[in-house]
Design a protein around this ligand. Structure first.
Ligand SMILES: Cc1cc2nc3c(=O)[nH]c(=O)nc-3n(C[C@H](O)[C@H](O)[C@H](O)COP(=O)(O)OP(=O)(O)OC[C@H]3O[C@@H](n4cnc5c(N)ncnc54)[C@H](O)[C@@H]3O)c2cc1C
Length: 451
């Protein structure tokens, strides 16, 4: 690599001036390395972007929780410690929003745009990039969930079959600690496997109550560009939203994701009337998904309706179910913990297209990819953050995946390396301990960083 590096152009190309690309460009430039930042706006805009500014928030103006006992709050503090441009923009354009950090979106994007445009080490090129730049360039691709078609084809070709997904249809993910273990039972259908599933048994009355709530629940509004994608996708049974399947008839779910056959509830000694299954998302079994429950119900409705499932009355949702257009890499095995590609270490990806999900998560991956692109130019060792931090645990998840099919993921405490000791005082006390351990570990890592 060192010899190849000597022949490489020392200016890093960053593609996309969204949240991840803006953060990556800033980190690289701050490390004293020249950047060419490519952004196709205003000449061409994705169906979700409307402003000409960089770092556009395409939907909500909230960057979620500020509380340190929430993973999104912890990640914000990590980003502040790491001198994040996006966090500086957010803190300087904050509007009152209780325990959340919400921003004036115009001020937020103006701050980012002005900082990048006036930075001595950054050259802005407002044009669409249609192909991955060649090997002579160190490159960070951060073109987002709605990457333009030409670039998406080039990325898809680079990774080959199954490298890139264009639609995200995911079931909710629940924090294992919030599942009522006095109700659910661990068992595999027909006793096959090692009791790998947690089963939520329903009697007839519970099933009918759940069914009625499900078919009458309110769906999330769809963006126009999602409508066609969804029409094409729902012809495949595997991608059908659970609420759509339910509307086919009262017993359809009992022959589909809620089928009880081959399961015996140890409490009754009988097969339940219907049964929801939960499958582990990671080998530590700190997170479980609800099998077959991809959905586009509103978030508040998911909480209400899925909370009727026995055992999930107090479930904490680490990620809600979604069905939307989303260009993302099947990253495990293709990206490393530094967001560089295994196939070409000088090519990095960042942002939502790596499989992180959310504004600050995209920012965090841009920050880490940017630091590593700069480290590569400066011939310094790669930078990895420990799995006790949110930024590090997300990078670990992206590069290694969980136990099932890879799904994009929000920041959450289920990804973080569990504490080695028990904490008295419940979930808040546990999360506080995770926060303090992670921040301490992050500071030690920064202390030893050489760029
Ligand atoms: C409709 C929608 C709503 C969302 N709402 C939320 C929300 O409310 N809260 C939340 O936390 N997350 C939300 N997300 C998820 C995610 O956090 C955002 O998409 C976030 O903006 C991702 O950041 P990014 O930097 O990866 O991509 P983006 O912010 O989208 O940035 C990508 C940039 O690349 C540019 N680009 C694309 N292709 C090219 C090309 N070929 N050449 C040059 N430039 C190119 C684009 O113009 C864009 O500026 C939403 C996603 C979508 C699609």
């Amino acid at each position: 690599m060192t010899n190849i590096l000597k022949m490489m152009n020392k200016t890093v190309k960053v593609i996309g001036a969204g949240l991840a690309g803006s953060e990556a460009a800033y980190q690289i430039a701050q490390a004293g390395v020249n950047v060419e930042l490519y952004e196709m706006k205003p000449k061409k805009k994705t169906p979700a972007h409307s402003s000409d500014l960089f770092g556009e928030l395409v939907c909500s103006n909230s960057l979620r929780s500020l509380q340190i006992t929430n993973a999104a709050g912890m990640l914000k503090d990590e980003l502040r410690i790491l001198n994040s441009l996006i966090m500086k923009a957010a803190d300087s354009s904050a509007v009152p929003a209780g325990a959340a950090l919400a921003v004036d979106r115009a001020k937020f994007s103006a701050y980012i745009t002005e900082t990048l445009k006036s930075h001595a080490n950054i050259t802005i090129i407002q044009d669409e990039v249609t192909q991955i730049p060649d090997e002579n360039f160190i490159t960070v691709i951060a073109s987002g969930p709605l990457t333009s078609d030409a670039l998406a084809s080039s990325v898809s070709e680079f990774f080959g079959d199954n490298g890139l997904s264009f639609f995200d249809a995911a079931a909710p993910i629940i924090d294992a600690a919030s599942i009522d273990k006095s109700i659910v039972f661990a068992q595999s259908r027909y006793g096959k496997g090692n009791n790998d599933y947690l089963n939520c048994p329903m009697d007839k009355e519970q099933y009918i109550k759940f069914y009625d709530a499900l078919i009458n629940a309110e769906e999330a509004p769809l963006h126009d560009f999602d409508k066609n994608e969804q029409k094409n996708l729902t012809v495949f049974e595997g991608c059908m939203p659970v609420e759509v399947m339910a509307k086919r008839g009262i017993d359809t779910l009992r022959f589909g994701p809620l089928k009880p056959v081959g399961l015996t509830d140890p409490k009754t000694g009988r097969e339940p009337y219907a049964c929801v299954q939960l499958r582990a998302e990671n080998k530590e079994k700190t997170m479980f998904n609800i099998v077959g429950f991809q959905t586009h119900l509103k978030i508040s409705e998911q909480k209400r309706v899925f909370g009727l499932i026995p055992g999930l009355e107090n479930a904490e949702f680490l990620r809600y179910g979604v069905m939307h257009r989303n260009t993302y890499l099947n990253s495990p095995g293709r990206l490393t913990q530094t967001y560089s590609t295994v196939l070409r270490p000088s090519l990095f990806f960042a942002g939502q297209m790596t499989g992180v999900e959310g504004y600050i998560e995209s920012t965090a991956s841009g920050l880490l990819a940017g630091l590593n692109a700069a480290a590569l130019v400066k011939e310094k060792p790669p930078i990895k953050f420990p799995s006790s931090t949110i930024i590090g645990s997300m990078a670990y998840y992206i590069s290694h995946g969980g136990t099932g099919k890879f799904q994009p993921m929000n920041a959450n405490f289920g990804l973080v390396q569990p504490l080695e000791y028990k904490v008295k005082g419940g979930k808040i006390a546990r999360n506080e301990a995770i926060y303090h351990r992670g921040i301490q570990d992050l500071k030690s890592t920064i202390y030893n960083m050489t760029i």
